[in-house]
Design a protein. Sequence first.
Length: 277
Amino acid sequence: MDTYAVVGNPVAHSKSPFIHARFAQQTGRIMHYTALLAPLDGFEQTVLDFRKTGGKGMNITVPFKFEAFTLASRLTDRANAARAVNTFRFEEKEEILGDNTDGVGLVRDIEVNLNFPLAGKRILLMGAGGAASGVILPLLQQQPGLLAIANRTPDKAASLQRQFASHGNITTGHYHDFAGQRFDLIINATSASLHNELPPIPADLFQSASLAYDMLYSSKLTPFLELAKMQGTEHLADGAGMLVEQAAESFLLWHGIRPETQIVIRQLRDHLRHPAS
């Protein structure tokens, strides 16, 4: 039986095993998918040990996406652009193909599932880590009017601006630099929601936004989405749809089949509300 895994720290919260089990059932694939907790200083060894036991592929979550980029021996174009990897496919001659499916998963969820076209929109992306890096190019490919990147450390955001400057209109700064500005879409790509915290967002930031999107998922509104709701944002979405869509891209890379996602998104949301079912 082919074996796959998601690796991270923390990783116990991951719903990837739940999602891939349903993809396998849907497509008739016989596979085993598990979650692996890697020590913060032991990512590479965890990957190599898993491969030695016959593992065929992995998903990579926080905080290892940049380290995964350096470990891959071959990269897809989108992973190379992001300089961050969230999917491995183990190949012959001990090669590791690194891919990044985060951006295409996010865009597909926003444009297809939420019916929110990105062309011409003013977008604020919060965060400058691996999650943000993986979605910038796919967002720019939809030709938004502006992509702004806010981060506690503005230099990290400026580094991403330089990295992607040739692909579209990007501006960067600290969160408070964007106070009073108008955005159609605000995306939380920080890990704050994982710790039930809130990035240092200016109080008026959500007033003009049509959609607030948290890339993390939860059974209830995250602090980021609670604030957006209180400030009158019309549409709220967490990352459950993105998680399923990016997982479907990983599944396609491994098996050559892209599973249906709508039903699995509904199943995941039911599972988040009723985890014992």
